[in-house]
Design a binder for this molecule. Structure first.
Ligand SMILES: Cc1ncc(COP(=O)(O)O)c(C=O)c1O
Length: 386
């Protein structure tokens, strides 16, 4: 079976994890945590980074530090993994769902139309006319390693007093190569950026995440909250309610080894992406979702787009056909505004996301996928066509 997206642990992983075990620092203290934070910060060209237990934990902290509280609201995309939105609810706030554009990221033009037509800008912030609640923040997800339209989004956020949280969980390594943010990495443009090192991500720590913040005091506050908000370690004095959200030294040891290989992984993923693309382009009715030409993507996930005239086979039947022939694929996520816990929340003119959800199939993309694997997948697709 060619898997969809699996870890690639052929570097110094075992060596560093062994070192962590031999040092007996296996929990939420130890030198690998500091080292991983520093090395990620250096890679991203930011002052500091805060290692967390997961991307979800990082998003929770970011939203809390953005001032999201009970009875406030947050603009979010509907086409993403649900972990990008659940932390809004952890804080008792409500999401407002937005459509996606052709990059699968949030449709910034619709965000603008919503802010302009459906909200009023007041001294207290942007007020949603339909609920009378203040919209505090926007979560923008860089879907599958692509990048949202950050130039426009940052201008809107400044005009409408919105804190920007970049969910860069899938986009470590993606950066702009032109425009106002040339050279800037996904996750380092907004007020907060969050990365994930879950097993299927471009680099993994088993489970883990990283948070970066523009404001250094907020990054410090995130570290404080992630370690149970200890104000006096000796006497156990706490002035705030904290969380057990810190990454462990074992996870960080894996992370340091993985980060050493990140650029190699991106190179392999890039080559496989272009091999897929070349083959798939010659099959009528199929295409591969493009990455924006203003970025160097990390090529994390490859999205196969199935047009209606592709040999009359729908997405789910294609999935089964590939599965039966030893290729694991996966449809895109169910839209969040249609999921049970969110069915009463506001959704603004969702159109494109409804279509994408029907016609996309993610195909194998691991960084240890070989060119032969790619050919096996494209040969199967070609066989179907003929
Ligand atoms: C878009 C998105 N947001 C959030 C997350 C949550 O990250 P984690 O699994 O590290 O909690 C993920 C991945 O799992 C994701 O793909």
């Amino acid at each position: 079976m060619i898997p969809l997206s699996v870890p690639n642990l052929k570097g110094n992983e075992l060596k560093y994890v062994t070192e962590a075990i031999e040092s007996e620092w296996v929990s939420t203290g130890g030198s690998f945590i500091d080292r991983f934070e520093q090395e990620i910060a250096e890679y991203l060209n930011v002052e500091q980074a805060v290692a967390c237990q997961s991307g979800t934990a990082g998003l929770h902290l970011a939203l809390q530090l953005a001032g999201v509280t009970l009875n406030t609201e947050v603009i979010v995309p509907t086409l993403t993994f649900i972990a990008a939105v659940n932390p809004v609810k952890y804080l008792g706030a409500n999401p407002i769902f937005m459509d996606s554009d052709d990059s699968l990221c949030i449709d910034v033009d619709k965000v603008e139309a919503f802010c302009e037509k459906e909200c009023t800008l007041t001294d207290n912030g942007l007020v949603n006319k339909s609920t009378n609640k203040v919209i505090k923040a926007i979560v923008v997800v860089h879907v599958f390693g692509n990048m949202a339209n950050m130039e426009k989004l940052m201008k809107l956020a400044s005009k409408y007093k919105l804190i920007v949280i970049e969910d860069a969980t899938e986009a470590l390594g993606t950066h702009f190569v032109s425009g106002e943010y040339n050279g800037k990495f996904a996750g380092t443009i907004g007020d907060f950026g969050v990365f994930s090192f879950n097993g299927n991500k471009i680099i993994t720590t088993g489970g883990g995440g990283m948070l970066v913040a523009k404001d250094r005091t907020l990054a410090k506050q995130a570290r404080y909250l992630s370690t149970q908000a200890k104000d006096d370690e000796l006497h156990y004095i706490h002035h705030e309610i904290g969380y057990n959200y810190r990454m462990t030294n074992l996870q960080a040891a894996l992370g340091v080894a993985q980060l050493e290989q990140l650029e190699e992984f991106i190179e392999v993923k890039k080559n496989n992406y272009f091999t897929y693309k070349e083959q798939i382009e010659s099959i009528a009715g199929l295409s591969l979702l493009a990455f924006s030409n203003t970025i160097r993507p990390n090529y994390w996930f490859y999205s196969l787009i199935i047009e209606r005239d592709f040999v009359n086979i729908n997405r789910d039947n294609l999935l089964r056909f590939l599965q039966n022939n030893g290729v694991q694929t996966r449809p895109i996520w169910g839209l969040i505004h249609q999921q049970k816990p969110y069915s009463n929340n506001q959704a603004y003119k969702i159109e494109k996301a409804l279509k994408f959800v029907e016609i996309i199939l993610n195909i194998p993309c691991s960084s240890n996928l070989t060119q032969q694997d790619v050919r096996k997948v494209t040969d199967l697709l070609t066989k179907l066509e003929t």
